[in-house]
Design a protein around this ligand. Structure first.
Ligand code: CP
Ligand code: NVA
Length: 320
């Protein structure tokens, strides 16, 4: 793969003070970050100790495997310390306000990586923190996931040209981030799910406008067959996100016709890949056969979280 195809040239640092949503990165920064992540992947030693003596904190209100592990490992491999605050310690703002938490943490740490229920909590941390706040998943966006996803797509297809992703499922955090990143990279995306579970109108409008400016499209499609037909990548996520467990039964019924199985994958491009942010519920949003098939890149996505997080930390903390 041509690593220089990600961007005309990499540039140091990022303009944004915080990474709360995908659109905080410019097009150029997004491509540069993906390039840096890929360079780190093929030459892990190149970044060793680049954040020596730095420290980051992980404040998680919800469980995590991939995000937590890859940020902790990324920090360690960059020579930095990561301190994790467990979600069982409660929601941010419960014991003391986010504005006070931020002004404690920024005295000790070089970045705050936070997984929150409310996106507003992240905005409050960012408003009061003098060090970068990174969104490790909120109800609205999952921008760190999208970085790994597009690194994976780029590796698989060699370019972002002439690609369309079909996202089938709940139109929330993962879908929003995919829409924004796809639009910035000129990749088309069709979002498909049952009525009432589509992406937020405001995010859809912005992503559509960004896509138009990049010669691609963002479509909301009701028919799963239409969404998946000739897609290069078929992406799904759990029907019930963390925090929505009260709706589990209702959602199982609403999403019943939206499972990605062999019959659905047959409609996609012959070389189409299957993507999922994980964790997955086999037998619900995806069949066991599809997630275990040769088309599945879910563990590449998981691996790429590590490389993407290293690039993100280096560019946000160090301006490397
Ligand atoms: N995909 C993802 O964010 O996984 P975790 O919830 O395990 O971090
Ligand atoms: N949409 C899922 C993503 C988990 C990584 C959730 O919010 O639970």
């Amino acid at each position: 793969m041509n690593i220089h195809a990600f961007a005309p040239a990499s540039r140091p640092g990022l303009e944004t003070a915080h990474f709360l949503r995908d659109s905080d990165l410019s097009d150029h920064e997004l491509r540069s970050l993906l390039e840096v992540a890929y360079q780190i992947k093929i030459e892990p030693e190149s970044c060793r100790d680049s954040l020596k003596h730095r420290a980051i904190v992980l404040m998680f209100e919800k469980p995590s495997l991939r995000t937590r592990m890859t940020f902790e490992l990324a920090a360690a491999q960059l020579g930095a310390l990561a301190v994790f605050q467990d979600h069982r310690d409660g929601r941010i703002g419960e014991r003391e306000p986010a504005r006070d938490i931020a002004r404690n943490l920024d005295r000790w740490f070089d970045a705050i990586v936070a997984r929150t229920y409310s996106h507003r909590t992240l905005e409050q941390l960012a408003q009061w923190s003098s060090v970068p706040v990174i969104n490790a998943l909120s109800e609205s966006y999952h921008p760190c996931q999208a970085l790994a996803d597009f690194l994976t797509i780029r590796e698989r297809f060699g370019s972002f040209e002439d690609l369309r992703i079909a996202y089938v499922g709940d139109g929330n955090n993962v879908a929003h981030s995919l829409m924004y990143c796809a639009a910035q990279l000129g990749v088309s995306i069709s979002v498909c799910g049952p009525p009432g579970f589509g992406p937020r109108e405001a995010d859809l409008a912005v992503a559509t406008a960004v896509a138009e400016a990049h010669g691609s499209t963002v479509d909301v499609v009701a028919d799963i067959r239409e969404a998946v037909r000739d897609a290069a990548a078929v992406y799904t996520d759990v029907w019930t996100s963390m925090g929505w467990e009260d709706e589990t039964q209702q959602r199982r019924i609403a999403f019943d016709a939206y499972q990605i199985n062999d019959a659905v994958m047959t409609l996609a491009r012959e070389d189409a890949i299957f993507m999922h942010c994980l964790p997955a519920l086999r037998g619900q949003e995806v069949s066991d056969a599809v997630i275990e098939s040769d088309r599945s890149v879910v563990f590449d996505q998981a691996e790429n979280r590590l490389h993407a997080h290293k690039a993100l930390l280096m560019m946000m903390v160090n301006g490397a």
